[in-house]
Design a protein around this ligand. Sequence first.
Ligand code: NAI
Length: 461
Amino acid sequence: MRVCVIGTGYVGLVTGACLANIGHDVICIDNNEEKVKIMKSGQSPIFEPGLSDIMQSAIQSGKIEFSSDIAAGVAHGEILFIAVGTPPLPTGESDTRYVEAVARSIGANLSGGYKVIVNKSTVPIGSGDWVRMIVLDGIAERQKQLVTAGSAPAARLPESPEFDVVSNPEFLREGSAVFDTFNPDRIVLGGNSKKAIAMMQELYAPIVERNFAENKSLPNVPVLATDLSSAEMIKYAANAFLATKISFINEVANICDRVGADVTQVAKGIGLDSRIGSKFLNAGIGWGGSCFPKDVSALVHTADDYGYEAHLLKAAISVNERQRLIALEKLQQALKILKGKTIGLLGLTFKPDTDDLRDAPALILIEQLNRLGAKVKAYDPIISQTGMRHGLSGVLVETDAERLADGCDALVLVTEWEQFTKLDYAKMAKFMSHPVIIDGRNFLNPEVMQKAGFQYIGVGR
Ligand code: NAI
């Protein structure tokens, strides 16, 4: 099928490259010319395991193109994905201006046969109908321009092109986005047009039938067809649930810290209950990243708009805000005065295997440590290597973990990068004036760390 993906960030680029690899003809559009240039050369502008490889194979087979020309993209695609960002506004609402701009341009350029416009961006509930309205506005504006330009008498204007809007929320995880796209837990398709849903089912058929999955023996991927609003709500409810689960275990960890229990054992004990499940029960320094904070806040805001106060979600947010300062509290307990001390952060990104720093807990820690007069250094396997420092200030980024340890009063493990289990901690301890480590992700073995000469402090253990 002919596909156009507009917005080539973590979601759009992975979606485009994966769809090209299952045989579709894809054009990826971004208004950032610099990004388009990088993608055309076969490189990924973001760090995502396996992404460059599938981009290159799609380029070689002629299945993918990159461009900043939205008109060409809209003309090419029978399925048009909107995958631009929906960042948070200071009020907590979702900023939908990029979605609006794209929907308007789609309308202004829509021609040819029937098209399906797909909301892949996480958008407030009700956006499906709103996007339809904006596209219609875009079409009307173009027709007005045509009349004004005298290029066609009003009576001979092309008929309003036919299209439907589908909500197809994305559940991929940064760091395993390519795997997740080929092996989704489910595909959600929201809309009231049978024709549009049928086209989406055809698009995803190779993935649903697991022709591209690691484990082909598994049953087909479940496809859930819903109305527009329910599909939009599923995305918010899923993220709100996961964020609340983490806030729950963080609250339990804080109680464990006070009563002398070990949250890692507690999590194991409750996670074995199939009604609870073991995932998202790792206590630590709180959730961050480009999705959870903004999506939970947006859902609270939507509820508020309809006169409902989302008490539980507000509590999940407030537990998280406090949890993001837990490493600071533990540093104060261990070192007392932080003014003039040097603190080394192991990891900066909000999770391992990504270069994404959006709303990363490290950023708040850096800000607070700076406020208290501490000097902050950091080592992150990706940020140190790529030099992508967007959003970072008040921190000296070191090139390796041993340089980081040199002269530090304490270390804080912020991101659970796999390579942090293999560092030479005994050597690092020797470079430090106080070999203290706050394990913000309960990721390291306390006994191993103590043997290496560290005072080990976890979260709730
Ligand atoms: P991103 O910020 O990485 O990428 C957005 C891209 O859209 C950028 O490359 C930007 O240049 C481009 N863009 C903006 N305006 C444009 C326009 N008018 N025309 C063409 N391109 C334009 O965003 P990301 O992280 O990929 O997220 C996209 C959406 O997917 C958001 O709504 C997000 O909430 C949702 N989502 C994100 C996930 C993630 O893990 N990052 C997971 C699931 C959903």
